[in-house]
Design a protein around this ligand. Structure first.
Ligand SMILES: [Fe+2]
Length: 229
């Protein structure tokens, strides 16, 4: 399944796919998911990477003040995360996934160290980077939905996750949320220094995401065993 609507999206998807290949994310996650409680541990750790990502939209949105052109993409994105007109919210889809794999209750989950670093880096960037960079970073991250979730969907199918649990991954594997930011990103890149601001945002997103994949795999390797003892 390929969803490409913009040359910029095509480049980013290609680059993220190359990183996923280089890190062997699919092979490692497939192997780890087949271990004892591997799927549960994945669901519980990934919860901290993706469950509350909407919050960053609010942080950046608050910085856009009265300029609705700047916050429009964030608002559209949040509406989609709420399920749009008739769909289920992002959080409900993830809750369904957690319950399908018998994960521990949400309020008992502990944020792994790699996720704490990831979330701290993102929150700091969204609060402190120049607004053009913070906004571009959110838009760029939306592009990652397709390569990342297409991979995760294959891993979850291989691990026999039920249809209810797969929906979270199916929805994101087909998401085209960058389109919501296309106008503001084009405008930002045309401003003085805009192209270099965009490139710094891109570097930040690729770096944090690469570290996240490495951290997630290392965490699961520590948390899972090959067989019952
Ligand atoms: Fe989502």
């Amino acid at each position: 399944m390929k969803i490409i609507s913009h040359p910029l999206v095509e480049i980013m998807v290609y680059e993220e796919d190359s990183i996923l290949d280089k890190l062997a994310v699919e092979a490692d996650l497939s192997k780890l998911s087949s271990k004892v409680d591997g799927l549960k541990r994945f669901a519980e750790a990934f919860y901290f990477v993706r469950y509350d990502f909407c919050r960053l939209n609010f942080i950046v949105g608050e910085r856009c003040c009265t300029n609705e052109f700047l916050w429009a993409g964030l608002a559209r994105n949040l509406y989609e995360e709420l399920g749009g007109k008739n769909g289920l919210s992002h959080n409900q889809l993830y809750r369904d996934f957690l319950s399908c794999v018998d994960a521990r209750p949400e309020n008992s989950l502990q944020e792994p160290e790699f996720a704490r670093h990831f979330n701290f880096a993102w929150e700091t960037f969204c609060r402190k980077a120049p607004l053009a960079e913070a906004l571009s970073a959110i838009a760029i991250y939306e592009i990652f939905d397709v390569p990342d979730y297409q991979l995760l969907l294959r891993v979850m199918k291989k691990a026999d996750v039920s249809q209810l649990g797969l929906r979270f991954f199916q929805v994101h594997a087909a998401a085209e949320h960058f389109g919501m930011f296309e106008d503001v990103v084009s405008w930002l890149r045309e401003q003085e220094g805009g192209e270099s601001a965009f490139n710094r945002a891109k570097e930040f997103v690729f770096q944090t995401q690469t570290e996240m994949w490495r951290g997630l795999i290392a965490h699961l390797q520590e948390q899972t065993t090959d067989c019952c003892v």
